[in-house]
Structure formats: structure tokens, C-alpha cells
Design a protein around this ligand. Structure first.
Ligand SMILES: Nc1ncnc2c1ncn2[C@@H]1O[C@H](COP(=O)(O)OP(=O)(O)O)[C@@H](O)[C@H]1O
Ligand SMILES: [Mg+2]
Length: 233
């Protein structure tokens, strides 16, 4: 569903340009759970932001379901971003004054859904990430793992084609990290959710079915794991 070819992203121009991505090519099919790994500064966030349409490549090809993304008008890119892309940030990006349910349904309401429909979708999403009964808690009353699971619920409430996560466990201890990774794994296995997750923790690899490793803006390995549940495109 995703195809990138010779993708490049340079910051600045000329001799001093930072080549954050310097020619990356791969294909990701529906239903995959992919980890993007590599040292700090290797280009992971840059790649994820381009894939999620939060940034533009300097050069190269990027298609989603056969559609060339760079040629899409901004209004369509924006609509796709709002309705089809789930993005989970390292720092949760929750609104502290709002309950878990409100944090989840605020996006559905932006899509123009009614409050009632948005609320029931939010409860369903919170249920899926194991937070049933915590819908009226504000972020301050939740653990780090629970906060990140609210952020995941917000991302899945719109039933995105693809879910992106940039170091979702970076601020979490091992226990909370496991809760979050278990939720991703279940969403992938039970609901076929396609997930692309940036991480630099080697132990996270056991949760995914493919590992793409970057170094200095290029891909140095692309490893498909055995027993993966990847379905053909
Ligand atoms: N907005 C920016 N302006 C200039 N350089 C940037 C910018 N964002 C990232 N970079 C540089 O691009 C490279 C890749 O960064 P990044 O994608 O954030 O790596 P990672 O997520 O793997 O740590 C780094 O050298 C970083 O300093
Ligand atoms: Mg990063």
C-alpha cells in the first residue's frame, strides 16, 4: 500500500545541506507491523513525517495505494491526514484539561461527526486499548502507559489506513512500554491495523514482523521476520 523509491530529504541547500534521507526505497503492504530503527540522527523521524504527509520529500517517489502523493493538491493531502492517518507522538500530545474520552473524540468532532457518535466511537477505541472504565479520567490521573494508550485510542478512533508512531515508548519504563507494545500487537493481529513504528530499543523487535534499519539517511537492512502474519497486497 506504501511504495517509496529513492526518497530524499535535504535540510538546507549546497555544501552545508543536511542529507537527512539520502535515497531510501521500500514497499510496505497492508497488515504489516514495521519497526524503523537506527541511531539518533539516522533519519527515522524525517522518514516517518514524510510517510504521514506531515512533511514533503526533496526528491523521490512516494505512492499510497498507487496514488502519487507529491502530486496531490494540499486540500486532499490535508483531508487524507485528518481522516486516514493515525499518528502517535513520543510525548502523547494530550490536552491536560480534557478527559480521556474527550481527548479521543475531539478529532472525530473535527471531522464533523455528532457529539453522540463521536463519544461512542471514543469509548469503543478506549475499550480496544484496554482502558474501559477510565474514560472520564484526565491525563494527570493516568500512568504514562495509560496516557500513551489514550493517544493510541485517539489515533485508531478514525480507523486509519496506517498508524504511525514515533518512539511511542521513549518516556515509558519497561512495564508501561510493554502495555503499549501489547496494544499495538493486538491492533495489528486482531484488527489487521498496519503500523509503522520508530524505535531504538532492540527488545521491541520481538513485537513486530519487519525491521527496517537506517544509518545516516540510507537503509542498511530490511529484515522480514519468520512467522509473520503479513498478507499479500
Ligand atoms: N528541521 C531540521 N532542520 C535541519 N536539520 C534537521 C531538521 N530535522 C532534522 N534534521 C537533521 O536531520 C538528521 C535526521 O534527523 P531525524 O530524522 O530527526 O533523526 P532521528 O529521528 O533518527 O533521530 C539529523 O542530522 C538532524 O539533525
Ligand atoms: Mg527521531
Amino acid at each position: 500500500m506504501i511504495l517509496v523509491k529513492d526518497l530524499k530529504r535535504y535540510y538546507g541547500t549546497g555544501e552545508t545541506a543536511v542529507k537527512a534521507l539520502n535515497g531510501v526505497s521500500f514497499e510496505i503492504n497492508k497488515g504489516e507491523f514495521v519497526a524503523i530503527m537506527g541511531a539518533s540522527g539516522s533519519g527515522k523521524t524525517t522518514l516517518l513525517r514524510i510517510l504521514a504527509l506531515l512533511d514533503d520529500a526533496t526528491d523521490g517517489m512516494y505512492t499510497i495505494r498507487g496514488l502519487e502523493v507529491s502530486s496531490l493538491p494540499e486540500a486532499e493531502r490535508s483531508y487524507y491526514r485528518l481522516t486516514q492517518v493515525g499518528y502517535v507522538f513520543q510525548d502523547y500530545a494530550l490536552i491536560n484539561e480534557m478527559s480521556a474520552a474527550e481527548n479521543v473524540y475531539v478529532l472525530s468532532m473535527m471531522e464533523g461527526k455528532s457529539k453522540k457518535e463521536s463519544y461512542s466511537t471514543a469509548l469503543e477505541a478506549l475499550d480496544k486499548v484496554g482502558l474501559k472504565g477510565k474514560h472520564d479520567k484526565v491525563p494527570g490521573e493516568l500512568s504514562g502507559g495509560e496516557k500513551q494508550r489514550v493517544a493510541i485510542a485517539r489515533a485508531i478512533a478514525k480507523k486509519p489506513d496506517i498508524m504511525f508512531a514515533d518512539e511511542p515508548c521513549a518516556n515509558l519504563d519497561t512495564n508501561n512500554s510493554k502495555q503499549v507494545l501489547d496494544v499495538f500487537k493486538e491492533l495489528n493481529e486482531k484488527y489487521g491495523q498496519t503500523i509503522i513504528m520508530v524505535t531504538h530499543e532492540p527488545w521491541h523487535v520481538e513485537y513486530v514482523n519487519r525491521v527496517i534499519t537506517l544509518e545516516d539517511g540510507t537503509m542498511i537492512s530490511d529484515e522480514n521476520k519468520q512467522n509473520s502474519t503479513v498478507s499479500p497486497k
